[in-house]
Every structure is written in C-alpha cells, then in structure tokens.
Write a protein that binds this ligand. Structure first.
Ligand code: ADP
Ligand code: ADP
Length: 228
C-alpha cells in the first residue's frame, strides 16, 4: 500500500521560480526511492513540502492517508527527516540525543527501541560518547538515529553523501542497506546515478521541477545498458 501520495504538486517561490511543476508520485511502504537530479532541480523543495516545512502552491500530499495541509501533526509523526547539515549538541551523549528527540515528539521512553536503533546504526558501542568525540560518519549516523527516534514510518535523507569522501559514501550506502532490513520506507535525494543505483529500489529523475520518469532501478539501468 502507498504510504506517500503526491498528487499534482506545484511550487512557485515568491521570487517567481517554479521549483516544482505538476509532480505526481506514489511511494509504497517499505520502498527505498531515490530522487535523482542536478542542483536546483527541486529535490529539497519536494522533501520540504512533504515534511511540512514549505507550503505548496498547488496539489496535495498525503502521508499515511493524512493530508499534510489539514492533518499536518498526524502526518509529521510518521516522518523522520535527516537534514543536510550536521547540527548536534557537542557535549551531549549519543544515547541522550536519541532519547531527547523522542521526548520532543511526545513519545514515551522506550529503552529497547533506542537500543535497537543505535545497534542498527552501529552506534551502540558509542552510546556514552559525547557527539563532539565522533567521526564525521558517526555524526551522520547520530542524525539518522535522531530522525528515527519517534518510530517514523518514512525516513527522508536529503543528500546523505553531499560533501563526504568515498569511504564515508560507501558507509552511508551500508547504513541504508541496514535500515532496509528494519523495514523503514526511505526517500533520499542525490546528484549521483551510481548512488541511486546502489541504494534504491526505484529511481525518480527530476529536472527543472519536473519528475521526468520513475522506474524500478533494475529497469532503468537496463535501459542505460542497452544504449551504450
Ligand atoms: P541542494 O544542496 O539541496 O541541492 P541548493 O544548494 O540549490 O540545494 O540550495 C540549498 C538551499 O538554499 C535550498 O534548500 C533552499 O532552501 C535555499 N535556496 C536555494 N536557492 C535559493 C534561492 N534562489 N533563494 C532563496 N533560497 C534558496
Ligand atoms: P535541489 O534540492 O534539487 O537542488 P531546490 O528545491 O533546492 O533544488 O531548488 C529548486 C529551485 O527553487 C531552484 O531554482 C532554487 O534556486 C529555488 N529555490 C529553492 N528554495 C528557494 C527559496 N526558499 N526561495 C526562492 N527560491 C528557492
């Protein structure tokens, strides 16, 4: 069943920039989908609208059946967003970051769940470390753990490997693979075809606000293969 239903979504910013133009897309529960496109394509705008951070000009978005305009709180609870920038409290312990974020959502404490998430992200051994002691890759994983703290059904990763080296990029691919086994629906954005191919079940190509095509990864790679 679809967890996210985007119907004829458009966004024009005040400046007149048409960032999204009539985008329709349905995302199934448990699916990993990559939104692939160059800078300025509209990827961040699309994610920001689904997460309720930007108001659309036209169209509707439903998350778990909840319309984001009329039922935003219910929709938001189902979503975890991992922002591009790393913003962590430097002296906070890893485990407390996750507990605290969970509390912000009004979720009751659940140490078993916190442990499961930290283990899935290979952070359990670092649970008592202050975030400032962590490597860049570990900090990114803490951001993901925070985004999963309230048990969302959908996780958004906005350019998870922007500005990271090759080793860290591969580590992030691994993390997404591990989360797949947890059954989380994942929507990620990227500039890199290779990255989309590596992580996603389906790839949506977006350019100048238009969703040009959406295909299963295997099918899309097959088509590229034929042409070369
Ligand atoms: P990304 O790194 O997600 O591909 P950009 O580098 O194009 O996106 O932009 C980063 C952020 O800066 C956007 O998410 C948006 O909020 C803001 N931004 C981009 N272009 C403009 C603009 N023309 N006017 C105001 N804010 C902008
Ligand atoms: P992407 O994430 O694919 O790089 P964005 O969604 O950030 O693309 O941007 C899509 C278009 O909208 C770009 O032309 C960008 O400059 C513009 N844009 C993004 N955010 C803003 C904003 N807050 N105000 C005005 N224009 C914006």
């Amino acid at each position: 069943p679809a967890i996210i239903e985007i119907d004829r979504l458009s966004k024009a910013y005040g400046s007149g920039t048409k960032a999204l133009d009539d985008v329709t897309l349905s995302i199934d529960e448990g699916e990993i989908i990559a939104l692939l496109g160059p800078n300025g394509a509209g990827k961040t705008t699309l994610i920001s609208i689904i997460c309720g951070l930007v108001t659309p000009t036209d169209g509707t978005v439903r998350v778990g059946g909840h319309d984001i305009r009329t039922d935003w709180r219910a929709a938001r609870r189902l979503i975890g967003l991992v922002p591009q920038e790393i913003a962590l409290e430097p002296f906070e312990k890893v485990i407390n970051c996750v507990r605290f974020t969970r509390g912000l959502y009004g979720m009751p404490p659940d140490e078993a769940y916190v442990e499961r998430i930290l283990r899935a992200l290979a952070l359990w051994d670092k649970r008592d470390a202050a975030t400032r002691e962590l490597s860049g890759g570990m900090k990114r994983r803490v951001l993901i753990a925070k985004a999963l703290s309230h048990e969302p059904k959908v996780l958004f990763l906005d350019e998870p490997t922007a500005g990271v080296d090759v080793a860290l990029r591969r580590e992030m691919w691994q993390v997404v693979g591990d989360l797949r086994r947890e059954g989380v629906t994942i929507i990620l954005t990227t500039h890199y075809l290779e990255e989309a191919e590596e992580m996603a079940d389906r790839i949506g190509v977006i350019a100048k606000g238009n969703l040009l095509l959406v295909r299963p990864t295997s099918e899309l790679m097959g088509e590229f293969g034929k042409k070369t």
